[in-house]
Design a binder for this molecule. Structure first.
Ligand code: ZN
Ligand code: ZN
Length: 1016
């Protein structure tokens, strides 16, 4: 697809108009199938497996943070392609899960799990699927619109059958390693959604709840007036009480109050007195260990059948880890059926587990009089009953933060249930070791945050009691109790009792499949689905079609790179690691880049309900896609981005500056038909000026640094380096210095050298900018660069990343340029102070300095310094020679860090003439602009000076003036003059006197001979 062209550098439109640029590039990419072209071109490169963290398609507008996320990924993918890598770039969507079920429930007015069954599970599942696919479709359009080049025609969707099969395969792996099992676990439960929540989900949302705060008396066995005093905020768990925990290391007290005896921790006396209003009299103290085994009577034994026949219960047990002195009485009511810690201590002490609550959070029949009541609603009744039983010391209220369901905001309850889990707690060390084998950016995200999270590693409860998810592939036999784990669709059908045809592996179709048990009976599927984090955690293999397409796994796995937000430490980064270790014994990714959140300008989260929601499309409509990308990519990746419209505007300003730099180069190069093939830099090296060498040094250093930063995924630093190169080095420095060389009419070698230097710098910068602002760079490439070299590919994205050549990097040149710039800015300061215009040449500049760098700069950049300081001579003197110049009338001076600068202000006639001529040129150039003349069009001109002496001065510089303003003819006279159309005339003040200028385009004069040129 390489078309040989050999023209020259082209010209760009003067104004940066993002709408024009992006519209043209978008349609070009579509027309030429550029993405496919680039991808195909890199197929033989080294593999780079990028794994997309799949967003939830639960709404159609992606959050601006999700757009940032995708742009980051796109920048990395484009960079790797530019380096020649064969990049796997399949995007994904996390399609299953409760948020989508809830959306469908809302849409159809379904109120509970039971309602789903009457709505029709088949219909429900199809609706969930449609909803997920629809949202995924619109999200895809939004990402594509930002110029994100991924394999959008072929995303992995976690609800596809091949994906589900990989989940099943994973569970079978866990089963064969003895890690997957069914057992009792105390879990956080949502009574509204009737399902277990994962540890990760539990910490997602907290709400301040008002709950009872009660002190309850547990009567010590055989001592009718002696009580263990406990405190609780969940009265509804008292019917499930089986023990009291105390800390063996604390001091406990026996106390008297109103003729009764109480036992609780000594340190809590004051606080209990304060809250209950009772006063206690200390009788004796003793360590908690003395209380072990002390028996008491359950206060609700007469009301709750489950409390009656408990064996080995209602006694004091010890725990150093879970009994604290922060709150309560130091005697902790323990219900192993409703508390994780209670359960753990209970197991250690052979306590029974009493669990009296059903899936909907209502009491079971064994709860006696409370049966059928939602547990939190039963609190007042439990309190009344404790009071009647004489077991209530005090009842108050408390406000505290409690976990609620992140999806439906219902307060969570804790209950012991039978769940399917993967036993990974025992693999903790392996998990932590794998983190060390992974590259984390920033490193503290892995070394500290992720490792800390892993230290609390627990077994993984993966069963969920819901519908829209990967069905748990476990079939059980009611007759003999055998369990069978199915690892694939094929295995399912091979073991099926009758030949069945299922359209997908989802519920309810898969539920209908019965398997033949070894005992001869039929096996039925456990109705649970799998935790969605198991699914997304399996993405590295599932999206490859593992285990059906093992050759793909062999080629690509593990993933080379993933990047997601900081919340994914405890979520997807963790999920991938869990799944990888369980199935492949290894972490499935090599490099992780963690990014921050996108917040509003005040640092709050953006929500539609808060009215501060901004989407990427809002930003691109105003400032363009490139400005959005450039803005988010320069923001420190792992810090939160506080979105601000002003900042976007500023960054778009950078793009305009960059654009103008290319415009400048394009305008003059195209005018002079500059062809890099004919005037290559390597043939011009002997003619390079020091400032050219400086720019080439900066170019190669920038290439070196940007390449390193991109390789280290420090994208924001790479962007900032590029910006500084394009804005500071090129636009503010080199372009300024090189301007005069490009204005020269003739095709001088010096001009060719400037072009060749500028071309090299700009082309390198353009390629490096491509991953960041792909529209802008493609546009500039097509209009300016593509025709300039015969071997240029059809898209900027097929240009190879530039190579940094060490021989061009010269530290001293860069150091001396800094010194030269300081000298020039100091001269400018002196001129300003004395009202001496920059255009006015001065005879002499003295630099009094002992600095070696300054001395070298004066030598290296002599030509540049004379030109830019606008002086005939620059003389370096020693500091001791400086006092000779202390003549305030003649010399103006200013200090700079390395010395002092003196300007000789005594102008000769020739310097005055030159200053005046430059003033005249500036006015006439302004007029050329006002006339909207092309850069290369010629004019006829005249100047009327206010006096003969000024006219003479100007005449002495006629050639110079005529050359600068491209005048074929320039008349200069003094006094009054009559002028006729078509001259464009204007009067200007120069140094307090009035001059008249006239210009007319030569081509117009030829058309209109009767209008004679100039003044008469
Ligand atoms: Zn819920
Ligand atoms: Zn059986």
């Amino acid at each position: 697809m390489i078309v040989a062209r050999d023209r020259h550098v082209g010209e760009l439109p003067k104004q940066y108009d993002h709408q024009v640029v992006e519209a043209e590039v978008k349609s070009r990419w579509e027309r030429d199938q550029t993405y496919e072209l680039v991808k195909k071109d890199r197929l033989t490169g080294k593999k780079f497996y990028f794994l997309d963290g799949p967003p939830f398609p639960s709404s159609d507008t992606p959050h601006i943070g999700t757009s940032w996320n995708k742009v980051l990924k796109d920048a990395v993918i484009r960079y790797k392609r530019s380096r020649g890598f064969n990049v796997r770039d399949q995007p994904g969507y996390d399609c299953h899960g409760l948020p989508i079920e809830l959306a469908i429930e809302q849409k159809f007015g379904v109120k509970s799990k039971k309602d789903v069954e009457s709505f029709g599970l088949e219909r429900f599942i199809l609706e969930c699927r449609r909803f997920a696919e629809m949202n995924a479709g619109t999200m895809t359009l939004a990402f594509q619109d930002l110029g994100v080049w991924m394999d959008w025609g072929r995303p992995y969707m976690t609800h596809d059958d091949y994906y589900i099969e990989c989940d099943w395969w994973g569970l079978k792996q866990a089963w064969s390693k003895g890690l997957f099992q069914h057992s009792q676990r105390v879990v956080h439960w949502c009574p509204r959604d009737e399902t277990v929540l994962s540890d990760y989900e539990v910490v997602l949302e907290y709400k301040t709840l008002r709950d009872p705060s009660i002190y309850v008396k547990f009567q010590v066995e055989d001592k009718p007036t002696e009580y263990i005093l406990i405190w609780t905020t969940t009265p509804w768990t008292i019917p499930s009480n089986v023990a009291v925990m105390v800390n063996p290391d604390f001091q406990y007290a026996r106390l008297k109050s109103n003729g009764e005896t109480f036992i609780f921790a000594k340190e809590r006396i004051e606080s209990v007195q304060r809250e209950t209003g009772r006063s206690f009299e200390l009788v004796e103290t003793f360590p908690g260990s003395k209380l072990e085994g002390l028996r008491y009577r359950g206060p609700l034994e007469s009301l709750v059948p489950a409390q009656r026949d408990l064996r080995n219960a209602h006694r004091v047990v010890l725990s150093t880890e879970y009994v604290t002195l922060d709150e309560g009485t130091g005697c902790v009511h323990s219900a192993p059926g409703h508390g994780e810690q209670d359960y753990e201590v209970g197991m250690r002490n052979q306590l029974p587990v009493v669990m009296l609550v059903d899936d909907q959070g209502k009491f079971l029949p064994e709860a006696g009089k409370y049966a059928g009541k939602p547990v939190r609603d039963a609190n007042p009744e439990v309190i009344d009953d404790l009071k009647s039983a004489g077991a209530l010391l005090y009842a108050g209220e408390i406000e505290h933060r409690s976990p609620v369901c992140w999806r439906c905001k219902t307060p969570l309850i804790i209950r012991a249930t039978e769940q399917w889990l993967i036993r990974i707690a025992q693999l903790k060390n392996q998990f932590i070791n794998e983190v060390d084998a992974t590259l984390w950016i920033p490193d503290w995200a892995g070394a500290s945050q992720f490792k800390n999270w892993l230290r609390g590693l627990k077994d993984w409860v993966i069963s969920r009691q819901r519908f829209w998810g990967t069905p748990l592939p476990v079939w059980t036999c009611a007759t003999c109790g055998r369990q069978k784990i199915v690892g694939s669709r094929q295995e399912l059908f091979e073991n099926a009792v009758t030949k069945v045809d299922v359209p997908t592996l989802h519920r309810p179709w898969v539920d209908a499949v019965k398997l033949r048990c070894d005992c001869g009976a039929e096996m039925t599927r456990v109705p649970d689905v799998i935790d969605v984090w198991f699914e997304s955690g399996g993405a590295s293999l599932a999206c490859l079609g593992h285990p059906t397409h093992l050759e793909e796994t062999k080629f690509w796995w593990p993933a080379d790179f993933i990047t997601e937000g900081r919340d994914q430490i405890t979520a997807w980064f963790f999920g991938l690691l869990r799944n990888g270790i369980v199935t492949m014994n290894q972490c499935p990714y090599k490099t992780v880049l963690m990014h921050g959140f996108a917040l509003d300008a005040e640092g709050r989260e953006m929500h539609k309900s808060l009215g501060n929601f901004v989407s990427a499309s809002d930003v691109t409509a105003k400032f363009g896609r490139d400005a959005f990308r450039y803005y988010v990519l320069q923001s420190t990746t792992w810090e939160d981005l506080q979105f601000s419209w002003d900042a976007v505007r500023q960054h778009q300003g950078d793009l305009s500056t960059i654009w103008n730099t290319f415009v400048f180069a394009g305008t003059y190069m195209s005018l002079d038909k500059f062809t890099p093939r004919k005037q290559p830099l390597k043939k011009l090296t002997r003619n390079l000026r020091p400032e050219d060498r400086w720019l080439l040094s900066r170019t190669h250093r920038t290439i070196k640094e940007v390449t390193r930063l991109m390789d280290e995924y420090k994208i924001h630093e790479a962007v900032r380096k590029l910006k500084s190169f394009l804005v500071e080095d090129l636009s503010h420095t080199y372009i300024r210095y090189v301007r005069r060389r490009t204005w020269i009419e003739r095709q001088t070698r010096d001009k060719q050298v400037a072009y060749a230097t500028l071309y090299t710098a700009l082309k390198s910068a353009l390629i490096m900018l491509t991953p960041i602002t792909p529209f802008l760079t493609e546009f500039i490439y097509q209009h300016m660069f593509r025709d300039a070299e015969p071997k240029h590919p059809p898209t900027v994205h097929l240009l190879n990343w530039p190579k940094s050549e060490p021989k061009w990097i010269v530290d001293s040149l860069e150091e001396e340029m800094k010194a030269a710039q300081t000298l020039l800015s100091t001269v400018a300061v002196v001129r300003m102070a004395k009202g001496m215009k920059q255009r006015q040449p001065v005879p002499q500049v003295y630099v009094a300095s002992e600095s070696k760098v300054v001395k070298n700069a004066l030598k290296s950049y002599s030509g540049l310094l004379h030109e830019q300081a606008n002086t005939r001579r620059i003389t370096q003197i020693s500091k001791s020679a400086a006092p000779k110049l202390e003549d305030e009338k003649r010399f103006a001076k200013t200090d700079f860090p390395d010395g002092t600068i003196f300007l000789d202000l005594k102008l000769s006639r020739s310097e005055v003439a030159e200053g005046l001529a430059r003033d005249a040129v500036r006015r006439m150039q302004q007029m050329r602009k006002e006339m909207d003349l092309k850069v290369d069009s010629f004019v006829h001109g005249y100047i009327v000076a206010p006096s003969p002496s000024l006219a003479t001065l100007l005449k002495s510089r006629r050639n110079y003036i005529a050359g600068e303003v491209r005048a074929k003819q320039l008349k200069i006279a003094a006094g009054e003059m009559k002028v006729e159309a078509p001259y464009y005339t204007k009067r200007w003040q120069i140094n307090g006197e009035t001059f008249e200028f006239g210009l007319c385009e030569t081509s117009k004069l030829r058309l209109n001979k009767s209008a004679r040129a100039g003044p008469r």
